[in-house]
Design a protein around this ligand. Sequence first.
Ligand code: ADE
Length: 250
Amino acid sequence: MFKKSVVTMLTLCAFPSLASTIGIVGAMDVEVEALLPKIENQQVTKVGSHTFYTGTIEGKEVVVTQSGVGKVNAAVATTLLIQSFGVDQLIFTGIAGASEPKLEPLDVVVSTSLVQHDVDLTMFGKPKGELSGYEDRHFYADKNLQKYAFDASVAVLGKERVYQGIIASGDQFIANKEIVTGIYKEFNAMAVEMEGAALGQVADAFHVPYVVIRTISDKADGSAEMVYSELKKATADNSANITLNMLKRM
Ligand code: ADE
């Protein structure tokens, strides 16, 4: 008990007043591995099972972390970034399945809002995706960060591959046409992934602005698995490159 609180205090004291620090989160190793070598004056800090890489990229103070897959991991990483590392802006970078049928692998979606497709309190009169204590099922991305992310995406990919819209998160890898169509129809979501809305919910709770950038790695239907494995690295790197370009502009 004593040991834990000392570690926490040391962690908090180690980063006392990092004004304007950007937290960057990816779920899997492929989603952060293109970023880590770009961090200058890199320091590595472990808190519990989470590892944080602090330093600068493009002259901006950053803290990069691999959250692990799923909403709980994303929520833990986001909370630590805000509470222990003092980040005041958040970018999620990674890959997603397409739920909007016109999207193809290598297209990119910049979040306007995030929603949890696996939340269901409809028994209590709530719309699908909406939690108790909330009047809206969406967690809204920051407008400024959306603009930076959009401009960076266009610079990296060209504007015909860049979309802005709702991203739906849930603790499932979606690989079924009926399920993905259901999510598209219910939430009008462009992409499905497993972390963004959790980051959004935590960031909102602490009034920290955020945006999620997702490159499409698969169509989230029956064909998902093969395309996903083939494109995982290239699509993850694509989002990382957009994040780097975005940092230059911020
Ligand atoms: N991330 C990448 N593809 C995905 C999918 N089909 N479902 C959930 N998360 C994903």
